[in-house]
Write a protein that binds this ligand. Structure first.
Ligand code: GLU
Length: 550
């Protein structure tokens, strides 16, 4: 009896690996093309880190005329959540980072290297595990949980490194005949890798992002096929990334310490290893301490948060690229209209340590992103958001023609308004342009410099009776406010006011403030001329009547 016989006994129906090597030939891609993947597990609530990963992979693939694919890693079936795959696909669609290849539904896929879901690839892994057993590089292990616990206890007591390795690897040296005997007797087993490594030797690895790293060699005989017949992550990713032609494994840096094992597995099975690029973890500042953004603790860790808050996918992506490559910010400033996929993203320019994810900065980026949108886009997107999340906004946006005027205020010019960071800001930003909403609210009208009853009421009366005209252009409109200021004895120029502070009680700007507060009950609004143009004489008069000091 030899290794081959043992392998046949364990996996009698598995195909030769040559079958799969032919079925999934090397990809025919141009020189330098990168093949990258995200490999999420369907554990529910998609993490924003998955979108981050997908975004950089997608851009890197596109820039090199390569391929970006998604592979579902569902070999840990205990952690799986129902509908988890649909959630992943949905999130990738929402953020517009859909892959070139991957699962499209629970059981269907696009691309020639599928299935792109590990639980559908069971026989492939088994074929490769069989191949390893044939070579004497993997073996069945019959340890029960009690035996494993016992080994660990002895190791702990003797203060030595825990694990299944070297002399502790009890079944590593079991003669094949005995192993076959146990299998025939129906004893339970799993398949382990026979590691050739030694802990006292070092391996050097050049990570695309982290640079040169050195680790002790792996010497653990890790499990490659579990009792349920499915592979472990370590083994599955070796087989998959080989067959799917991955050139660069991008994954979170929590995997960095597994590199010695993974390179060893590639070496032993005889495949060329891909390059590894361990991406910095997304961190958040939690009261002065930086820590990993976690799905358990942080709402913003889940992609659903951005949809619910109405933070545009585009904003999130731009912000993530800022984090990914610090040169993105300058590039964006120089190329405000280009598609982000044109940015020359470089994996090796990502920061080595963690990347701080700052919601305040994200919202600042979002304000710029939204400021570049047309009124039509702002309308469509806020309406879409409102139809799901805000009935009041949804209702007032029914009149599209009017809404386009409102969203058009200070938009499409050189310095567009930057007051909306997310669709959930919109209602509060525009509500004063809607009489039914404005009139339903209590108003304080906190007049500022000019605040006595007589002056305020006089300004409002005079303005609507003598100065306001629907047909004025902006210059005429402004000249008239000056005229009114002069008429009431205020300075018509701020400069003049500053030069002679004792001569005047107030200036033209203070008159404008009275008008602004009377119109909107706010001290800050976008361009008042445009607001008045939209409201028109009758509505202005009505607002003023409400705003007079009683
Ligand atoms: N399935 C692994 C995870 O959920 C992916 C690691 C990898 O990309 O290789 O973190």
């Amino acid at each position: 009896m030899n290794y081959k016989d043992l392998a046949d006994l364990i996996f009698p129906d598995s195909k030769e690996i040559s079958y799969y090597e032919e079925k999934y030939p090397k990809r025919d891609l141009p020189e330098g093309a990168m093949v990258l993947r995200v490999a999420p597990s369907p554990t529910g609530n998609v993490h924003i880190g998955t979108i981050y990963q997908a975004l950089i992979d997608k851009i890197a693939a596109k820039r090199s005329n390569g391929v970006f694919y998604v592979r579902i890693e569902d070999t840990d079936q205990k952690r799986e959540v129902e509908g988890g795959i649909a959630q992943i696909i949905r999130s990738m669609k929402d953020f517009d980072v859909l892959p070139d290849e991957g699962m499209t539904t629970e059981n269907e896929w696009e691309g020639n290297y599928g299935p792109y879901k590990q639980s559908l690839r069971k026989e492939i892994y088994q074929a490769y595990a069989k191949y390893m057993i044939e070579q004497g590089k993997a073996y069945p292990c019959f340890c029960s949980q009690e035996e494993l616990d016992e080994i660990r206890e002895k190791q702990t007591a003797a203060k030595i490194r825990p694990g299944y390795y070297g002399v502790w690897a009890k079944y590593r040296t079991l003669p094949v005949e005995e192993a076959a005997e146990k299998i025939k007797n129906g004893e339970k087993y799993i398949i382990r890798f026979k590691s050739p490594g030694r802990e006292d030797r070092k391996i050097k690895h050049k990570d695309v992002i982290k640079g040169n790293v050195e680790f002790p060699e792996n010497d653990q005989d890790i499990v490659i096929i579990k009792a349920d017949g499915l592979p472990t992550y370590h083994f599955a990713h070796i087989v998959d990334d080989h067959l799917m032609g991955t050139t660069h494994v991008t994954r979170g840096d929590e995997w960095l310490s597994s590199v010695p094992l993974h390179l060893q597995l590639f070496q032993e099975i005889g495949f060329k290893a891909p390059k590894y690029a361990h991406t910095p973890t997304l961190l958040k500042n939690d009261n002065g301490n930086k820590r990993k953004i976690s799905k358990r603790k942080d709402a913003e860790a889940a992609t659903s948060y951005y949809l619910e808050e109405g933070i545009p996918a585009q904003s999130v992506k731009e912000y993530l690229l800022n984090i990914a490559n610090s040169s993105f910010e300058n590039w964006r400033r120089a190329n405000p209209d280009k598609d982000i996929e044109e940015f020359d993203f470089q994996l090796n320019k990502m920061s080595v340590s963690g990347a701080l994810f700052d919601m305040v900065k994200l919202l600042d980026v979002s304000k710029i992103v939204i400021s570049r949108m047309t009124a039509e886009e702002v309308y469509e997107k806020s309406k879409e958001w409102a139809s799901k999340y805000n009935e009041e906004l949804n209702k007032i946006l029914e009149n599209k023609e009017y809404a386009l005027k409102v969203f058009g205020i200070e938009r499409g010019n050189k310095k567009p308004r930057k007051d909306i960071a997310k669709w959930s800001d919109v209602l509060e930003n525009i509500e004063y342009m809607y009489d039914e909403v404005f009139e339903s609210k209590e108003h304080k009208y906190e007049y500022q410099v000019i605040n006595d009853k007589e002056s305020v009421n006089q300004i409002l009366d005079l303005y609507i009776e003598k100065y306001y005209d629907d047909n004025d252009d902006k210059q005429q409109w402004f000249d008239k406010i000056k005229e009114l200021a002069g008429k009431m004895g205020y300075a018509t120029e701020v400069k003049e006011f500053k030069a002679n502070p004792d001569k005047y009680k107030a200036h033209v700007g203070d008159v404008s403030t009275v008008l602004r507060i009377a119109l909107t009950d706010r001290t800050n609004t976008p361009d008042m001329y445009e607001i008045m143009k939209i409201l028109g004489r009758d509505r202005i008069a009505k607002r003023f009547a409400m705003a007079k000091i009683k």
